[in-house]
Ligand binder design. Structure first.
Ligand SMILES: Nc1ncnc2c1ncn2[C@@H]1O[C@H](COP(=O)(O)OP(=O)(O)O)[C@@H](O)[C@H]1O
Ligand SMILES: [Mg+2]
Length: 305
């Protein structure tokens, strides 16, 4: 089932057309990476999903219910962590969650249970300091705990890792991948390595539309460039290898570097053995033989160029 669905959504600010015919969907229990460069319209899209901004056209559905601008009922399904979360600095983490629980109308017993459980999940159990002294990463993690208080079906986080150092980023990503068992996660980012680390599906927002969407593994297969990198010990053997590999039918391109060759192929299965046979025949000392996997960065650059 799709937990979130956008259909032909448009949004302009004055003359600036930010979102132009945006459609995508997110299925249950996915960790969906909503990727786009700065200014692409990620925050704008999230605010429309939450009913804080009104689309100029198109429709948005959360759990198959239509999002209505203003006070949308669909928000009872959603936990939201804004890009710059605000906290009361004089509170301690459990006090803050308690306040949020009270505002949401949870019972005291439920607040106690949820507070313990969530502080544990985000790694802040036992932290009794005031929020004022928290690092940015700790604040993001507390924000995720707050967004999970109401057991949302959909957790939306707006660039939760962007302002963090590598350790802070890893901690936040770990939390997001743990909570996927409880909820569907949509998070926006411009950091492609974060997406590769935890997302199973992605949507790439570029010039107002989603230009690439789907399961990350399937996308990598579709866009796979069949190539291998061959590195040799003795650089005088590079030109010999280039000449011999060039005679093979299934080779479409050879790039030569100092000690290595990048061979691009039409058909992977046929070529590996043929190349390795050449290596043995000519008594070449291999340093490395690597089948090159496409990275998300390759795919992204290919798309936007
Ligand atoms: N309330 C607004 N009024 C005018 N322009 C806006 C407003 N909100 C966002 N924008 C513009 O819309 C574009 C997309 O912004 P945003 O959704 O914040 O991008 P992202 O979150 O992907 O970085 C930017 O050019 C931004 O300046
Ligand atoms: Mg933003």
């Amino acid at each position: 089932m799709s937990i979130l669905r956008l259909e032909h959504v448009y949004k302009s600010f004055g003359k600036l057309d930010v979102i132009k015919d945006l459609s995508f969907s997110v299925s249950e229990h996915a960790v969906f990476g909503f990727i786009g460069p700065n200014g692409a319209g990620k925050t704008t899209t999230m605010k429309m999903i939450l009913g804080f901004l009104k689309p100029d056209a198109g429709e948005i559905y959360v759990c198959n219910e239509k999002v209505i601008y203003g006070n949308t009922k669909t928000n009872r399904y959603i936990g939201y962590l804004p890009d710059v979360p605000e906290f009361y600095g004089y509170m301690r983490p459990w006090e803050y969650l308690q306040l949020c629980g009270e505002i949401s109308g949870l019972s005291s017993a439920k607040i106690k249970d949820k507070t313990d459980e969530l502080l544990h999940i985000v790694g802040l159990d036992g932290v009794n300091r005031k929020i004022r002294g928290f690092s940015r990463g700790m604040k993001q993690r507390l924000g995720i705990a707050q967004a999970l208080l109401n057991d949302p079906i959909l957790l939306i986080c707006d660039e939760p890792t962007s302002a963090l150092d590598p350790i802070g980023r890893k901690e936040v990503l770990d939390v997001l991948s743990v909570v996927r068992d409880k909820t569907t996660v949509v998070f926006s980012t411009h950091i492609l390595s974060d997406v590769e680390r935890i997302c199973d599906s992605i949507g790439v927002l570029y010039q107002g539309k989603v230009v690439m969407q789907g399961k990350l593994s399937e996308l990598k297969n579709t866009y796979r460039q069949e190539s291998v990198l061959i590195e040799v010990e003795d650089k005088s053997q590079v030109s010999l290898l280039e000449k011999e590999i060039g005679k093979l039918n299934a080779v479409s391109q050879i790039d030569v570097f100092e000690n290595s060759l990048k061979v691009t192929l039409n058909q992977m299965d046929l070529i590996n053995n043929a190349v390795l046979e050449l290596v043995i025949k000519h008594n070449i000392n291999l340093k490395k033989y690597e089948v090159l996997e496409p990275t998300l960065e390759n795919l992204f650059m290919e798309l936007v160029q």
